[in-house]
Write a protein that binds this ligand. Structure first.
Ligand code: ZN
Length: 172
């Protein structure tokens, strides 16, 4: 932990944290040597970390979605049509988000669910980017960007949680 902090400060002093997502050579090297020790499927406490630390413990793909609100290419996730049974957790922090029984095939190109595991698994944020009015959904524990929720889903909720597969981790 202390090593982590020192490493983080070091990176900060080198200005690496202030750089854009494309300048990740330094972080990539350190990242492959580090595991995400913050990932826990049982710890429910809110997780607040500086971007600098996230960059170290997450893969570049997960970091880009979770912390930079990226969107994976449609139809690129193996989870989109998967029928595997289990619980989908936040890939950044381990928070349980969706049950496979709440998953449905929406055909929209991203894994889709009609309800989260609990109300507090998810945070809802109005999103007016790209000239649209949408509702962004974030992880209730670490505030990772997950995707968006739309009101054209199936019963019983009528909701469609359109989620980036990269930010999901399936525990069977
Ligand atoms: Zn999370």
């Amino acid at each position: 932990m202390i090593n982590k902090l020192i490493g983080c400060l070091l990176l900060l002093s080198l200005g690496a944290c202030a750089q854009g997502p494309n300048n990740t050579t330094l972080n990539k090297t350190s990242m492959s040597a580090n595991k995400n020790q913050y990932y826990s499927t049982t710890n429910k406490e809110k997780l607040v970390l500086p971007d600098c630390t996230w960059k170290q413990v997450l893969s570049p793909e997960v970091y880009q979605i979770a912390r930079e609100k990226g969107t994976e290419r449609p139809f690129s996730s193996a989870f989109e049509n998967s029928k595997e049974v289990g619980t989908f957790h936040c890939a950044a922090c381990g928070n349980p988000l969706f049950k496979s029984s709440a998953k449905f095939e929406s055909g929209c190109g991203w894994p889709s669910f009609f309800e989260p595991i609990t109300k507090s698994s998810i945070i809802y944020i109005p999103d007016h980017s790209h000239g649209m009015t949408r509702t962004e959904v974030e992880c209730g524990k670490c505030k990772a960007h997950l995707g968006h929720v739309f009101e054209d889903g199936p019963p019983p909720t009528g909701l469609r949680y359109c989620i980036n597969g990269v930010i999901l981790s399936l525990e069977k």
